[in-house]
Design a protein around this ligand. Sequence first.
Ligand code: M6R
Length: 614
Amino acid sequence: MCGIVGYVGQRSALDVVMGGLRRLEYRGYDSGGVALVVDGTIHSAKKAGKLLNLDAELAENPLPVAHTGIGHTRWATHGAPNDVNAHPHLDETGRVAVVHNGIIENFAVLRTELERAGHDLLSETDTEVVAHLLHDELARTPDLSDAVRAVCRRLEGAFTLVICDAEQPDVVVGARRNSPLVVGRGDGENFLGSDVAAFIEHTRDAVELGQDQVVTITPDAIVVTDFFGAPAETTEYHVDWDVSAAEKGGYEWFMLKEMDEQPQAVADTLLGRHSPGGQLQLDEMRLSDDELREVDRIVIIACGTASYAGLVAKYAIEHWTRIPCEVELASEFRYRDPILDKSTLVVAISQSGETMDTLMAIRYARQQRARVLSICNTNGSTIPRESDAVIYTHAGPEVAVASTKGFLSQVVACYLLALYLAQVKGTKYGDEIDDILAEIAAVPAGIQRLLDEGDQVRKLASDLSGARSILFLGRHVGYPVALEGALKLKELAYIHAEGFAAGELKHGPIALVEEGLPVFVVVPPKGRDQLQEKTVSSIQEIRARGARTIVLAEDGDDDVIPYADHLIRLPKVPTLLQPLVATVPLQIFATEFAHQLGHDVDQPRNLAKSVTVE
Ligand code: M6R
């Protein structure tokens, strides 16, 4: 949701800023812009559309060489995605340039005040008010950092701001409330970015910023204060991946690369969690075993794909620990006055660690005295920082907007949490936990097989690329897989796709089935619960009504053969682990389907990778 970059140093600021924006483009791609400070003047360029348009603009109208600059890639909130609303926004004298991520909730009041005072605002954005407020503030307070602090005290809502000033050429100032901003520490140069990808090419040393802080970077210093100027404590960390992880590495799209990284992501998420003595250890678990033993209810909150990982977790947690568990969309959670207390464990799942709906939900949960554990892929991000405990998924950076390895590693982290709780609560013996961990550890080979067999799924996607509606059915943990398969297709192919619990079909959705409608069905492994048999019956019911059935069933399940128009074989895994394999062909299908339609696989329309507005 908007990517922001700031730079001061000796290099070409334009090169650094544009390089950073390219790595952040996944956050938003409605428009892009840069501002550079040269000889007491701000030079800026901005353009609607992807960064390619800004590149073309810069080629046609080059900017002078500069060593201080800021940049922005936008996901529009206030105002259409056009050139005028693109960031940076300047004050009327052109002294300051501002880029912003978030929503300034009191911008209408501030805008009216500014207009009454004679300011002429050009755009429809909430951001532009900041440039004009800074103009007025700098008339009273010549130091940019002081002026930014004074303006921040007047703003409500969520904002990351990065600002440069024509009159202070070696300074870039950033501020953050509720939206992400990290500092990159260089040698004779410093960086600001919405995430470390912005500067990973230049440094892996980063500084976390806390809530309501202002950071001033010069080539040789990083100074962090609160909004009132008091020095603030910061945390430094070293990023454990390098620039190659943030690049396509020969793949056409990040999404293909990230799908291929799934066996590794699953293995890495398991790595180091199980001691030779058989005890499961979660290093980032800052809740004591006694505190965990008090937990009598678990509430999982998350959005989108992460919420489907949460649905899988519910089955595992209740089965292995017997602790009641519910799953709720983060955006709905705090508005229903949920009943929470200190024996409730709230589990927040977020790949980015910055999703605003999830962040607001955990803040609410903590106010209600619930304990919060987050499952997150982004070290140093806000959600884990504000949690009582965190389990990091070690998937590496996920750049494609549609989540793939993020999802599988979240599911693995959920299993780890469930097993850890089972260990602490004594609902599973050590050897049972060992057995399950060994089964999870064997899954990457199965994922690899499905990736290797991807051509048959790609062929299917090409055959079906004329379809305008596709359904996905599953039962038990296959239900969240169906939801995930449908979401991937909606995101990438922009067609109607819906996931249903197969048993629910007869209560309404079966009316959608008509001649030739493609329907994917995830068949559970055979077991004592008869779910496999019931799912096979559902396949027969839809096929009798003309559906074209695409059946995902484990090796050796021959019951499905007569009813499958197309059969995708899954490696044998225990029922609870099936999402780790069954999701993979659905990812491949969505990717190829979108490709056949000529869509941008990594950057689907209207979306952004990390949704930092409510
Ligand atoms: O970063 P998060 O895991 O909190 O993001 C949550 C959702 O926005 C995200 O999973 C979204 O649904 C993906 N684009 C799905 O592919």
